[in-house]
Ligand binder design. Structure first.
Ligand SMILES: [Cu+2]
Length: 65
């Protein structure tokens, strides 16, 4: 389980974009986004470095929460 702080999360569209980006790497990934806290909790077998790189490409630079 990976909990990320993502300052650029602002709305439901961000949440959907983050979920879609992670699921491109791992279709079975489970992603929960807390918009108010600007956090994403991700349950995936994809490598953390790959998830971080993919999110950054989408404009969602993330750090460990
Ligand atoms: Cu948004």
């Amino acid at each position: 389980m990976l909990t990320l702080q993502i300052p650029t999360i602002s709305c439901g569209h961000c949440a959907r974009a983050i979920t879609a980006a992670v699921q491109e790497l791992d279709p079975a990934a489970r992603v929960a986004v807390d918009i108010d806290r600007k956090q994403a909790t991700i349950d995936t077998n994809a490598a953390t470095a790959d998830v971080l790189a993919r999110l950054e490409e989408e404009g969602f630079a993330a750090s460990a929460a």
